[in-house]
Write a new protein. Structure first.
Length: 114
């Protein structure tokens, strides 16, 4: 399963990458903003998205676009779960929760026809 990491903090992105690889995911790319995420979307099956990037609370809109456009399963990464309480996704705040959220997102991804 190919994972897109959408995170603007390099240390956090690398930590997520390490956790995901250990959980058996292949990294499709790391995006730091909306346009990069949408560009890399076709390469992934699942995305883990920081709810609040440097350009503001863009995570939920990125998630909707990735699901609608590419069928990606989505998990959120945030220190403040209340900011994603009204959107469909998992909140991940620890290595264990990251793994759990990625597995759930993988189950929710739509299969693509090639």
């Amino acid at each position: 399963m190919r994972l897109l990491i959408v995170e603007d903090e390099p240390r956090t992105a690398l930590a997520i990458e390490e956790i995901a690889i250990a959980a058996g995911f292949e990294i499709a790319g790391i995006a730091t903003n909306s346009s990069e995420a949408l560009e890399l979307g076709p390469e992934a099956d699942v995305a883990i998205i920081d709810a609040r990037l440097g350009d503001g609370l863009t995570g939920p809109s990125i998630a909707r676009a990735l699901f609608a456009g590419f069928g990606l399963g989505v998990a959120y990464l945030t220190a403040d779960p209340d900011i994603v309480k009204d959107v469909n996704g998992q909140v991940a705040i620890s290595p264990e929760r990251v793994r759990e959220a990625l597995c759930l997102a993988a189950r929710n991804a739509r299969e693509r026809t090639l």
